[in-house]
Ligand binder design. Structure first.
Ligand code: NAD
Length: 469
């Protein structure tokens, strides 16, 4: 009986859905209490790359740079996409290149050209005349230099996350993409996870009302991997830098649901971190044993972001504590709420409140997720069209459960048809800027730091996020 009432209430909520309303502007944080960072003016003769299109590439010829733990999986996924030719493989280490090439040949595919030997060898790859896309999965420090040269050499650039580490590189990527009219896309796979895609569709259909708050995180103990990174690059970066060093998995899906630079923009952030305990201990006991007494990255970093339209976002980073993997992913809307970790759940306005207990303030179970069967039906009904098209194949090919394949598939789909990509260089900038800007906030006693408008005036030109079809 109670379940019937709940379903009835939920149906009412569905019928009363309203379109995603445009919120009134909220004044930005006052100039006096915000740290401002330099935002270069757009060079003369250059225009933005919102909805950038390029000539269709029926066959996309891809060169891969960086074949450590992550890169080989990307090569493998691309072998499952029609109209892709893998023409070059590059890594500092010969064995990494040979191993991946052997796999290509074993699959009956032509061997790719090989490049290895040092950290500059990629310069021969970006110059190749027979490459359309350079797919970069190196350590973080090499992301921007390879991508910048790739665009200058006439190639599109796809960069693993985080794609850039400092404001100078972020602005250079923007300016180079704007100047060369080449795509520069962050390889943010988490926006394509099934729950994220489905709930994005719910947001775009108005089911949650207006999304006013979002949360995201990268909470992942990296102890099994620390000693496997090439040249220990990741621990070294954590040792040298405070701040949220891996914000894009958490921020990407939330920004998409909030139409960031497609009707709203990130205005400022403040960060708070804890002491660094876990990673210095790891270094001493299981790493190279050096005394990391000045280790900069706190065990847990929290960053709050305010948007132009009065929304808030909480992003967390923790790569050492003994916690289950968690990307958080929560959206709070005026008519509903979705939550991914640790358990997926959907709540809708009114639909979750049992009228018999709603008046009792002591009863904290009155507000709860919709019954499991209703949630299941909603997830089915709102399955994102992209997931509907490719879900089965994505789950077979895999890559974090399928989302990595959807990311690569969408990239190639859009390039083949000359469509705008799902993510652009401004997404890259907004999501990656949290790295240097959270560090700036932390080094200034958690002062608010302005997040520049990377579109330089274009953030309100587009009416919401749309994936091209
Ligand atoms: N999106 C995701 O879910 C996800 C998951 C894992 C890693 N990543 C990202 O992928 C990237 C690679 O991570 P990883 O775990 O494979 O690290 P890794 O250390 O295992 O691999 C990096 C590889 O890059 C190579 N390399 C370094 N400098 C180079 C250069 N100048 N030219 C050519 N090759 C170079 C190294 O030899 C190494 O093989 C990182 O940016 C990481 O953040 C993303």
């Amino acid at each position: 009986m109670k379940t019937n009432k709940v379903i009835l209430a939920m149906c009412c909520a569905l019928f009363s859905m309203t379109a995603f309303a445009k919120a009134p502007a909220k004044p930005a944080a006052k100039a006096s209490n915000v740290i401002r960072v330099k935002a270069p003016v757009r060079p003369a003769g250059q225009s933005d790359v919102l909805q950038l299109t390029a000539a269709p590439l029926p066959v996309v010829r891809v060169a891969f740079v960086g074949l450590g733990m992550r890169g080989p999986g990307a090569v493998e996924r691309m072998t499952h996409i029609e109209g892709v030719e893998i023409v070059a493989l590059c890594d500092v280490l010969e064995k990494n290149v040979k191993k991946v090439n052997e796999r290509l040949v074993a699959k009956g595919l032509p061997a790719a050209q090989e490049f290895y030997g040092d950290t500059e060898v990629w310069k021969q790859v970006t110059k190749l005349p027979n490459v359309d896309l350079v797919y970069i999965a190196t350590d973080w420090a090499h992301h921007a230099p390879v991508a910048l040269q790739a665009m200058k050499d006439g190639k599109h650039a796809a960069i693993e996350v985080p794609s850039a580490l400092n404001m100078e590189d972020i602005w250079s990527l923007i300016n180079t993409s704007e100047k060369t009219r080449k795509h520069c896309i962050p390889l943010e796979n988490c926006v394509y996870d099934f729950f994220e895609l489905t709930t994005l569709n719910m947001v775009q259909q108005g089911l949650l009302g207006e999304v006013i708050h979002g949360e995201g995180a990268y909470i992942h103990g990296l102890q099994p991997y620390w000693n496997q990174y090439w040249d220990n690059w990741r621990m070294k970066y954590n040792e040298a830098h405070r701040g949220d060093l891996y914000p894009t998995h958490g921020l990407g899906p939330v920004c998409m649901a909030m139409n960031i630079h497609r009707g709203d923009k990130l205005n400022y952030l403040v960060s708070v971190d804890t002491r660094a305990i876990g990673n210095p201990k790891f270094i001493k006991e299981k790493g190279d044993g050096h005394d990391a007494k000045d280790f900069r990255n706190g065990d847990h970093t929290s960053t709050l972001i305010g948007t132009e339209k009065g929304r808030s976002i909480l992003i967390e980073h923790d790569v050492t504590s003994p916690r289950p993997y968690n990307r958080m992913y929560q959206l709070t809307g005026t008519k509903g709420f979705v939550n991914k970790y640790p358990v997926e759940g959907i709540a809708l306005d009114g639909g979750d409140i049992d009228p018999e207990v709603a008046g009792n303030h002591e009863n904290l179970t009155a507000h709860r997720f919709l019954p499991a069967e209703v949630q299941k039906a909603l997830l089915k009904k709102y399955t994102h069209p992209i997931a509907k098209d490719i879900e089965e194949k994505a789950k077979t090919v895999g890559g974090h459960g399928g989302m990595d394949f959807i990311m690569d598939y969408r990239l190639i789909y859009c390039l083949q048809r000359g469509l705008p990509l799902d993510m652009d260089v401004y997404d890259l900038a907004e999501w990656c800027a949290v790295i240097p800007l959270s560090e700036l906030s932390l080094d200034n006693n958690s002062a608010p730091v302005e997040i520049p408008d990377f579109t330089r005036g274009g953030w309100d030109k587009l009416d919401g996020l749309k994936f091209a079809q």
